[in-house]
Design a protein around this ligand. Structure first.
Ligand code: PHE
Length: 350
């Protein structure tokens, strides 16, 4: 062992001289995995010289201990690496020599599946595409302007609180909804247009059965002269019929969003009790599926549109929530568990 030999200072440890070169010689001669194991025991086992010296190490004075400890560990690691390499070579050669046994059962191939959230996202997008909507996208890191200001969300709105959003600094944050994509889409396109924008959103929510700090939404935006609440209701109802089934009813409840006026919360009739009231719908007969409304004139002004010339409607829905309602998933955390048994159930849907 050249490296060790050079700094021999302690009599016992001088015996390591030549250890590495005789190890290498032995290793070259090895032909089988059994032999390899024998060599391993001889040079690295508890009764090997190295093993013996390693256990004696603590008897050395501090300085010597450190020096020899390092040396011997380097030596050990190097020998282990060489043994491993040799093992792979021998193993490969052994496999190559094996005759092909065509009676063995085939190896099971495991194929992945699309994640249920993506499946539902694509189903929703496909429906809106068939209605003539284009699919747009927006960044997950948004500025205060796009996420709040341009959407008419005042500085004292709770969503702007540090408590509710992941701020990166004063100006940038992880978007709390896909609505900033409304602004970007209006800046990019010229009316009339219909667009949907899917994407991830982030909120500083507790991670419980119905909240997740990361979730997905789909935003919808239609801008054209003369758009009314009737267009919104008709579009959403058509969507509900396609996605949940013809027999499901929709209900619009008055609500408030700073960027729509009037605003509504949209419910779909419960598919378990058909409106009678049951546990699935909290005994109300209805399930909330999205927020929606007519685009607020101030939002149009913020992007340089004339609210006297164009009108529009917008909606935003949580994909996990829709997936939970559709498949009866009772805890949003399932979507992030990486549990194959759960995920595989959605395999046939795509
Ligand atoms: N952005 C709203 C939310 O996350 C939903 C919404 C979108 C409401 C578009 C109205 C219009 O709650």
């Amino acid at each position: 062992m050249e490296r060790v030999g050079a700094i021999v200072t302690f009599p016992d440890f001088e015996r390591l001289e030549g250890y590495f070169s005789s190890f290498k010689e032995d290793l070259v001669a090895v032909k089988t995995i059994d032999e390899l194991n024998r060599i391993k025991g001889k040079y690295l086992g508890r009764n090997s010289l190295l093993g013996e010296l390693l256990s004696k190490l603590r008897e050395l004075p501090q300085e010597e201990k450190k020096k020899w400890g390092q040396k011997m560990n380097m030596l050990k690691t190097e020998m282990e690496d060489m043994l491993k390499e040799k093992y792979h070579v021998l193993h490969f050669e052994k496999e190559k020599r094996k005759p092909l046994d065509i009676t063995l059962p085939g190896k099971k191939q495991w194929t992945g599946t699309f994640h249920p959230v993506l499946i539902v996202r694509d189903q929703i997008l496909a429906i809106f595409r068939s209605f003539g909507f284009r699919v747009e996208s927006g960044p997950e890191i948004e500025s205060d302007f796009y996420n709040f200001e341009a959407l008419n969300i005042s500085s004292d709105h709770p969503a702007r609180d540090d408590q509710d959003s992941f701020y990166l600094n004063e100006k940038w944050l992880l978007r709390t909804h896909t609505s900033p994509a409304q602004i970007r889409t209006m800046q990019k396109l010229t009316p009339p247009f219909k667009a949907v924008v899917p994407g991830r959103c982030y909120r500083r929510d507790a991670f419980d059965a119905t909240h997740s700090p990361m979730f997905h939404q789909i935003e919808g935006l239609v801008v054209a002269p003369g758009i009314s609440m009737g267009d919104l209701k008709g579009t959403i109802e058509a969507f509900v019929h396609r996605f949940f089934g013809k027999e499901r009813r929709t209900r619009f409840r008055p609500s408030y969003f700073p960027f729509t006026e009037p605003s509504a919360e949209v419910d779909v009739s419960c598919g378990v009790c058909w409106g009678e009231g049951c546990r699935a719908c909290g005994h109300t007969g209805w399930l909330e599926i999205m927020g929606a409304g007519l685009v607020h004139p101030q939002v149009f002004l913020n992007v340089g549109y004339d609210p006297e010339v164009v009108q529009g409607f917008a909606f935003g829905m949580g994909i996990e929530r829709i997936a939970m309602l559709k498949f009866g998933v009772t805890d949003i955390r399932w979507f992030l568990e990486n549990d194959v048994a759960f995920l595989e159930q959605f395999k046939t849907l795509r």
